[in-house]
Design a protein around this ligand. Sequence first.
Ligand code: FES
Ligand SMILES: [Fe+2]
Length: 351
Amino acid sequence: MGYVRNAWYVAAWADQVEQDKPISANILGEPIVLWRSEGKVVAMEDRCPHRQAPLSLGRCEEASLRCMYHGLRFDAEGKCIEIPGQETIPPLARVRTYPAIEKHSWIWVWPGDPDQAREAEIPSAVGVDDPDWLLGRGQLDYDAEARLINDNLLDLSHVTFVHAASLQGGPEFAGSLPTVTQVLRGLRFQRWMVGTTTPSGGESRRSEAPIDDYMTYDFLIPGILLMYTGSFPAGTAEACNFGEPDRSLAVGGVSFSSQAVTPTGDKTARYFFSAGPHRAFGNEEVRNMQINMALMAFAEDKVMIEAQQKVIDRAPDRIVIPTSHDRSVTQFNRMVDKLAREEKELVSLAG
Ligand code: FES
Ligand SMILES: [Fe+2]
């Protein structure tokens, strides 16, 4: 299966792209250089059209980027504006640019048709600088294809087994199915634990009195997860028919996590994540506890997924036996397949 090109992929944390220093990133196997032209982020192919040196080894000069091999200089549109020792600039001296936007503490890059890139379609992640939340963050590089990480996030039944220690995942994750509904370009998962004192998420979310614990997340194309958890007075789940509660009625444990899975190459991926409590329901100590727990849990996922990739590589044509938890995995992958196919058809029609 392929990946969708017409989508916003997270390329980096916004503060990793400093004012005067280009950095390299990879999306779908394409090397990209990220830099700032007068503060505004620019994404271009990481390849100088002269003799193909990486522009990420270049130098920012005000609103331009200079290749530090033989000194060709490019503006934010990728146009060459200077060739040392030469008056005329051939029109072919251009670098491909990608739509790029800085939002929610991430740099989002659109590798597909630039005419279809709409800022409004950037998922509503929560930035680490959001004043309402106290978020910690991290990132992990995977030697595995992004799809396997997406599959992992679309089926949390693994929490019971993989995260028994870190997240103290109880039997409910594997033992029952969440409610899953389709949303625009993705799936929404909702799960209630009724009358519990040990909601998912470990120590920082324990409750003395029984509460109804709510966890929901959207998983959106190309691989963005936005998760909200909160504890509500006992009886809330039934009162809202096990659907979405009025979030202003939460009594504790309100937290948010934004996660992004970016395929960097065929069998490599970068996983960006943040997690932490709402300011009204936690402090820095709770934030640290939650992000440390997430770091532990995501390391557990990485061990399993990278090992899984090795087994798959030994015999890539073997079939899988889906379980009922895989329904959402299949549903999401079908959505991706359909969009990827349609994109290819459009490209071949245009070509
Ligand atoms: S390779 Fe970039 S200037 Fe020569
Ligand atoms: Fe996991």
